[in-house]
Design a protein. Structure first.
Length: 97
């Protein structure tokens, strides 16, 4: 929702939830573009996020190097960008430390 209060030409975006940030950013960008006279259609909704270019099932098949508890959550959170997570994870804690 856009409000016509505040400074002329100033657009603010606030609030939202994780699931709506991308849509809110699209709305704010569309508002800026309208003010600037840009009429090209927005492609945000059709553009894959980094790591999500391939189906999750395909990515899960390639994640055998990760420990079982991490596989599903790693692919869910990072998609195809999961590579290297196993190498970057913390070493197993040593007893007594």
């Amino acid at each position: 929702m856009l409000h016509a209060t505040g400074w002329d030409g100033f657009i603010t975006i606030t609030g939202g939830k994780l699931m709506t940030y991308r849509l809110m950013a699209e709305w704010a960008t569309d508002a800026v573009c309208r003010k600037l006279g840009n009429t090209r259609p927005c492609v945000t909704a059709q553009t894959a996020l980094p790591g999500s270019q391939e189906p999750t099932e395909n990515t899960l098949k390639r994640v055998i190097s990760l420990p079982a508890p991490l596989r599903g959550s790693a692919v869910y959170r990072h998609g195809g960008s999961y590579s290297g997570l196993a190498q970057r994870r913390s070493p197993a804690p040593q007893p007594g430390l």
